[in-house]
Design a protein around this ligand. Structure first.
Ligand code: SAH
Ligand code: SF4
Length: 390
């Protein structure tokens, strides 16, 4: 006979997560426990320099304090749902947040360094037509803890604690190029990057952080003053006509306004700071030599110190575009380099695990969408009905 036993579910862990709190907030929490302000420095060091998640192991703190902290607080990481390794060394995690929402984080190794590509939202409301993330149903902003947590989890995965020196670390850069539009989750992104750039913790210098935006103009200038990190702008077209067709945001903030904000960014963040213009190449849409010449004229006349990053379109199932031939991409690049611009062609990384730019989309969403589509095909669902709740 098989006996079944019902076990009561463990009570939810309601302890407050210390990840994502600023130094000032951490100081307030400690002050409430009657601790002196200098303890913040020690705690910060354990959490963000040592990568320690276990209070009892924080041996420079008094035993009593360690016990109190463990009762009231936690140092959490996002939960790993899956980890995939590409043949080219790229590693992608599907991470679950406490409410069950999932996002993807990618590590792209180079020879002696590597960038961790971090998500800022679950899904994205910008609906750029070439982007897989933009077709995702659910959207919510990630918290600062969830953004910082992605990078910390990547460091756990490579055992890169305590924080190595800038020269010796493998996870040397942070790029806000995962799922979501960082400038639409402004406060959490700024808070998270301030934590990541704190010199006594994760210690990422601002030239090692790149924020990529589709061009939410109002927050570009703010960001120059608040963070001053490297700015990458998803331009993708040299005329409003083409940009309107592929990026709905352009109807609200057209190219001239976007470039004016970039010029100001450069001025505020420091003139030596180049703006990188990302340019996705879509076959027959924006990849001709005439497009390349127009792009040169546009950026030359803008007066912005600029570099390009050419991204041949990464296909995804059901995408409405195609990737141009290698020859076409090279010819496009030559026009830009002949005009004196750096214009590397980005080699897609992790394509075999759908980790390349614009391919990110959580597996649960992929499954959910295919269920919705299957039901729509059977005539069960009204296609205009709001998406299912997860
Ligand atoms: N939301 C931000 C950052 C995330 S997207 C932004 O749009 O800038 C990171 C980069 O990938 C952007 O330049 C984006 O335009 C590009 N991208 C999106 N879909 C792509 C695809 N299918 N192929 C290649 N690049 C893509
Ligand atoms: Fe959002 Fe960026 Fe994708 Fe556009 S390209 S839908 S802004 S993630």
């Amino acid at each position: 006979m098989i006996e079944t036993q019902t076990i009561a579910p463990a009570p939810a862990d309601t302890r407050r997560d210390l990840i994502g709190l600023s130094r000032e907030e951490l100081a307030q929490e400690l002050a409430a426990l009657g601790e002196k302000p200098f303890r913040v420095k020690q705690l910060w060091h354990w959490i963000y320099h040592q990568g320690e998640t276990d209070f009892p192991a924080m041996t420079t703190l008094a035993k009593g304090l360690r016990e109190t902290l463990a009762e009231r607080f936690a140092v959490r990481r996002p939960r790993v749902v899956t980890e995939q390794n590409s043949a080219d060394g790229t590693r992608k995690w599907l991470l679950a947040m406490p409410d069950g929402n999932q996002v993807e984080t990618v590590h792209i190794p180079e020879e002696d360094r590597g960038a961790v590509c971090v998500s800022t939202q679950v899904g994205c409301t910008m609906t750029c037509r070439f982007c897989h993330t933009g077709t995702q149903l659910l959207v919510r902003n990630l918290s600062a803890a969830e953004i910082v947590g992605q990078f910390m989890l990547a460091r756990d995965s490579y055992g890169e604690w305590p924080t190595p020196t800038d020269e010796t670390r493998h996870l040397s850069n942070v790029v806000l190029m995962g799922m979501g539009e960082p400038l639409l989750n402004y406060d959490a992104v700024v808070r998270a990057m301030k934590i990541v750039m704190d010199p006594e913790g994760i210690a990422m210098s601002k030239r090692r952080v790149t924020l990529s935006t589709s061009g939410y103009v109002p927050n570009i200038r703010r960001c120059a003053a608040d963070l001053g990190v490297k700015l990458a702008v998803s331009l993708h077209a040299a005329t409003d006509e083409v940009r309107d067709a592929i990026m709905p945001i352009n109807r609200k903030y057209p190219i001239a306004e976007l470039l004016a904000a970039c010029r100001d960014y450069q001025e505020i963040a420091g003139a030596r700071q180049y703006v990188t213009f990302e340019y996705i190449l879509l076959k027959g849409v924006n990849d001709s030599l005439a497009d390349a010449r127009q792009l040169v004229r546009l950026i030359e006349s803008s007066g912005i110190g600029a570099k390009f990053n050419l991204i041949p379109f990464n296909a995804w199932p059901g995408a409405p575009y195609e990737t141009p031939a290698v020859k076409t991409v090279q010819a496009f690049a030559e026009v830009l380099t002949a005009a004196g611009f750096a214009a590397p062609i980005r080699v897609p990384r992790g394509r075999d695990i759908l980790a390349a730019c614009g391919q990110l989309r959580s597996a649960s969403e992929r499954q959910k969408l295919s269920r919705v589509r299957a039901r729509q095909a059977e005539g069960i669902d009204d296609p205009h009905a709001p998406p299912e709740k997860s």
